[in-house]
Ligand binder design. Sequence first.
Ligand SMILES: Nc1ncnc2c1ncn2[C@@H]1O[C@H](COP(=O)(O)OP(=O)(O)O)[C@@H](O)[C@H]1O
Ligand SMILES: [Mg+2]
Length: 290
Amino acid sequence: MTCARRCRAAWTVAALTILIGLSPGASAQAPATAAPPSAGAPARAAALTDAAMEAFLLNATIGSHRSVGAGVTNTVVATLTDGTLTHDAQIQTVDISKTSFEAGKASEFNFKDSYRYNIAGYRLSRMLGMDNVPVSVQRQVDGRPAAVTWWLDDVQMTERERLKNPSLGPTPALTAQQIQVMQVFDELIQNKDRNQGNILWGRDWKLWLIDHTRAFRLGKKLIKPGELKRCDRVLLQRLRALTPAALDQEMKGMLTKGEMEALLARRDNLVKLFDERIAKIGEVNVLFDR
Ligand SMILES: Nc1ncnc2c1ncn2[C@@H]1O[C@H](COP(=O)(O)OP(=O)(O)O)[C@@H](O)[C@H]1O
Ligand SMILES: [Mg+2]
């Protein structure tokens, strides 16, 4: 099917979904913190496949840019159109490498902040069966390499906002499970910047993980192993099955050899940690299915 036909079909399904009232949990909530997107209905976006979003982000014409008053690096958003679909994308061009970085308590050696890690985070999430990292592709923008990332336009609040009233959320169990998936992912990628503004809740209470530009460090040990209590069953299976060859194929140009080796060492530590917990307290108390 062509992209145009696929998009039209997807839109029809999405429109019907809204008409018959199946749209998930769209109750009135606090507004999203970031600037609203200029175009593109959330339901349409939700119906597109990853491949369709990747093709759009790679090929659509990039229109006007504007900056968003959230985050720390003055994020740039652009409106893209391919003649059929119009949607926003984040344009991230940061690519910094420093032997040491001073930021109060968060000073770091071998500091890196790179757009490449947004793309690596997206690709890795899909290898692990996760669908909650927005689609991100590499593309030249104004003569510079950038991560062009699908803008999530059905965000209702950040985790920072939700924690002001922690009774908000899906069920407590579903909130906890989504946080637990995030914790495992962040240990795997050794993310140094999972601040609460990088955790976005969709209107359907899906938890989205964004901004991985300060991840994929070289440390091989887990940072907070004591916080890892439970794991999604599929995620653990996928972690176990991750091979150097598959990682190398997916991450070419995005991660260095050293970054991949460190990731695989942390993977080994994660699998060991959960296997030991299962042996100690039983699978039913460690793994969950979603
Ligand atoms: N793909 C996206 N969809 C929706 N909002 C986004 C997206 N990317 C970034 N944002 C918003 O922009 C803010 C800043 O972007 P972020 O990637 O976190 O950069 P930084 O924190 O380095 O400035 C985020 O906190 C979020 O509110
Ligand atoms: Mg951020």
